[in-house]
Design a protein. Structure first.
Length: 234
């Protein structure tokens, strides 16, 4: 948008200079009529966020459809996917290990979560971590968090729902959170710290810095399709 505004300013200035020069050189010393200002094209509408899933995997897809989407997006075969269950929420997930999803951040685990009752896609979680990829240093993961924050802040999320760079009670940083017009939610969270390894005799070694960046796209954060005990049942 800034480039368009600068261009419009330059065009208007050139028209004004052209009109001034034409008036000074008109015959009989009469100033020439100033030509009408050129019509400017209408400004492009501001970007509006539309979170409909992740890449080819869209909300409401079945497990078979998501598997096909994963293969289309990352060329990962079905037998390379990991299946897991969330016993508390009674949801299922398929996880793909994707190298170079975001340049410099290392290999990412991309998990596709299927609802308790619908058995269809309700959430996608993407994790980059020093625990997943030894080549992914904390500095690179923090840089990835900054890159994604800038991207999301300029993507047209509902301003009333946007939060950025908030430190949470558990010490993690809510790098970004926002919703689109349909209340689909994007959450980006960064956790940093250190772990202390021990040698074979159990003696602590030098602390090693660690970092984890989690990006979640959620279909319905207010009423997720997960198992919940009914009120009054206990």
């Amino acid at each position: 948008m800034l480039y368009r505004l600068h261009t419009a300013f330059i065009v208007t200035a050139l028209l004004a200079l052209s009109a001034s020069a034409h008036a000074e050189t008109s015959p009989a010393g009469k100033p020439a009529e100033t030509p009408p200002a050129a019509a400017q094209p209408p400004a492009a509408p501001a970007a509006t966020a539309h979170v409909d899933g992740f890449r080819s995997a869209k909300w409401g897809m079945t497990e078979a459809q998501v598997k096909a989407a994963i293969h289309s997006d990352f060329n990962i075969a079905e037998d390379k996917l990991k299946s897991s269950d969330n016993l508390a929420e009674k949801t299922e997930a398929l996880t793909a290990s994707v190298p170079d999803l975001l340049e410099g951040a290392g290999t990412a685990d991309v998990s596709y979560v299927f609802g308790y009752t619908s058995k269809k896609l309700i959430q996608v979680n993407i994790v980059w971590s020093t625990a997943l990829d030894p080549q992914a240093t904390p500095e690179k993961i923090v840089a990835a968090a900054d890159q994604l924050r800038v991207l999301f802040l300029g993507s047209g999320y509902d301003p009333k729902t946007v939060t950025a760079n908030n430190r949470m009670p558990d010490g993690s940083i809510l790098v970004f959170q926002g919703q689109d017009a349909d209340r689909h939610t994007t959450v980006l969270r960064l956790t940093t710290g250190s772990v202390t390894p021990t040698d074979k005799d159990g003696k602590p070694g030098k602390p090693v810095p660690v970092a984890t960046l989690t990006l979640s796209y959620v279909y319905n954060a207010a009423e997720p399709d997960i198992f919940r005990l009914k009120k009054g049942s206990f």
